[in-house]
Design a binder for this molecule. Structure first.
Ligand SMILES: [Zn+2]
Ligand SMILES: [Zn+2]
Length: 267
């Protein structure tokens, strides 16, 4: 029987089951219900909810705001001995079934997306407004081209057995991240480590075509939801925008503010 950091665990999430003489390797865990339905603000919506209040937080893979139900399920080797899979590395509470998301069942996509939004970095990329670079990238591409770029982006980012910049191949900062990068983070196709714990895809070997297709479908669903009004064809976006020339999708003041925050320049 493994030892668990019981003191860190919130009792309401746990059910003790008496198995008599038959000891199971893990105690039965009753997970709390997921949010009723996955959701995302439009890419040009204002910051809302928790992200309005936590603008100063630097977003990293391991960022947590457990009080706001934003956790991190990436466990270190040491933590895997203390916590069950799907437990938050910070508060220790088991919240999601990574066995379920690892089924990679598209008919269960709502629960997969809902589970992902309990992770801080995923929730961030589902809900914050796109940075100017990401929006311009999407506009210049247009919906049709953007969608066509998803598959090659997955292959170039995480398709090979090893990436020379594994773990850092998908930019986070709004001045660097394109719309595709937002999608990669949101659906945990950003690096092999995230794809491993969320999707049950082993590291150290190339992705199979089925795995690429699955991740591609998730990323496309994400882009459809966040960019519902993206024109099918390319939009000309001037390199430097002045005044009213700013496209409706990206009010400059707001994205500039977001950029400053991420560069740590906000007052
Ligand atoms: Zn937590
Ligand atoms: Zn990642």
């Amino acid at each position: 029987m493994r030892e668990f950091e019981r003191s860190k665990l919130n009792d309401r999430y746990w059910t003790e089951v008496d198995h008599g003489d038959e000891t199971l390797p893990l105690p039965a865990v009753t997970l709390p219900p997921l949010p009723p339905k996955w959701s995302a603000e439009k890419a040009d919506a204002a910051r809302s909810g928790i992200w309005k209040q936590h603008e100063e937080i630097e977003i990293k893979c391991t960022t947590t705001i457990c009080d706001a139900d934003l956790h991190c399920f990436k466990l270190t080797k040491k933590l895997t001995k203390q916590l069950v899979p799907g437990a938050c590395r910070d508060c220790g509470v088991p919240l999601v079934s990574l066995a379920r998301t690892a089924e990679r069942d598209l008919s269960d996509i709502d629960s997969t997306f809902a589970a992902m939004q309990l992770e801080c970095i995923r929730h961030y990329f589902w809900h914050v407004p796109f940075g100017e670079r990401a929006l311009n990238y999407a506009l210049r591409a247009g919906r049709d081209q953007l969608m066509e770029r998803v598959e090659p982006r997955i292959r170039s980012g995480i398709g090979r057995a090893e990436h020379p910049r594994e773990g850092r191949q998908t930019p986070v900062a709004p001045d660097k991240a394109t719309a595709l990068d937002y999608a990669m983070h949101a659906v945990a196709a950003c690096c092999r480590k995230c794809a491993e714990y969320w999707h049950g895809i082993p590291t150290g070997r190339p992705l199979t075509d089925d795995e690429v297709t699955y991740l591609e479908t998730l990323a496309k669903r994400y882009l459809e939801v966040r960019l519902p009004d993206l024109p099918a064809g390319p939009t000309k976006v001037p390199r430097r925008r002045i005044g009213d020339n700013v496209h409706l999708l990206a009010p400059a003041s707001r994205t500039n503010r977001a950029d400053q925050i991420h560069r740590g320049q906000a007052s």
